[in-house]
Design a protein around this ligand. Structure first.
Ligand SMILES: CC(C)(COP(=O)(O)OP(=O)(O)OC[C@H]1O[C@@H](n2cnc3c(N)ncnc32)[C@H](O)[C@@H]1OP(=O)(O)O)[C@@H](O)C(=O)NCCC(=O)NCCS
Length: 212
């Protein structure tokens, strides 16, 4: 796997930088204020996984685990910043090399900053980094069909709808169906962020996500 970490990315006021232990106080504050906002979309552990020792009961444990995975080239754990302040997370996980060269992206933003197009910008930067610097071949984003806001993010980015996965992830206490959106190397010759910026200047077509 190409070493492309630690990486700090920015576009205007929106930034991505590596998660660090010093983020503890701000991270806890933002998460505390957003418990209800995030709950329907948060990954949870099914009962059969509770003895695996993977429960991240504290911020410190989460940072240690994500940084360890980052050193192994399996994860890119970013915090999302707006004008330098932590307002969310963007995490590339499940990175594999070899004949697959694949990964997935997860994200959340502080509700106070939602609705300003910040996450599409951040995910576009993360995708460009994964495709160009890490040279992944395929990155997927898995979204519950009920998550209209997240579906808008991938629609704005122009990602392809690949299909539906039944009972795919344990979210908010249950196994949940997901829609899988994917970007492949070569899908955006000029880059995902450039595509997003160009589409922001264009009138909305109301076409369904994935219909490129
Ligand atoms: C999904 C999410 C990351 C989108 O981030 P964002 O920066 O708000 O993205 P956008 O600004 O492009 O807004 C996307 C859509 O959210 C909806 N939205 C806008 N403001 C909102 C608000 N204050 N509250 C709720 N939804 C809002 C709108 O439908 C918007 O689409 P539009 O721009 O066509 O109106 C954010 O809603 C979030 O963190 N949700 C909770 C966690 C989550 O769902 N993570 C993803 C799991 S797959």
């Amino acid at each position: 796997m190409t070493r492309a970490w630690p990486a700090t990315l920015a576009h205007g006021d929106v930034g991505l930088r590596p998660l660090r232990h010093l983020d503890a106080r701000r991270w806890r504050d933002v998460r505390q204020r957003n418990i209800e906002w995030l709950k329907p979309w948060e990954a949870t552990l099914p009962p059969e996984a509770l003895d695996e020792g993977t429960v991240m009961t504290s911020f410190g444990m989460m940072v240690r685990r994500l940084r360890s995975e980052a050193r192994e080239g399996r994860t890119l754990p970013w915090v999302l910043t707006y004008r330098g302040e932590l307002i969310g997370q963007v995490t590339v996980g499940g990175m594999t090399g070899g004949s697959l060269r694949s990964g997935y992206i997860g994200y959340w933003i502080d509700r106070e900053h939602a609705g300003r197009g910040i996450m599409p910008t951040a995910v576009a930067m993360a995708l460009d980094h994964c495709l160009n610097a890490v040279r992944l071949h395929r990155i997927e984003i898995n979204i519950r069909p009920e998550n209209a806001a997240s579906l808008r993010v991938v629609e704005k980015l122009g990602l392809r709808l690949e299909g539906e996965r039944m009972s795919f992830l344990h979210i908010d206490g249950e196994w949940r169906d997901h829609l899988t959106f994917v970007v492949l190397s070569g899908d955006f010759p000029g880059g995902v962020l450039a595509h997003l910026e160009a589409s922001r200047g264009a009138p909305r077509t109301d076409s369904a996500a994935g219909e490129q």
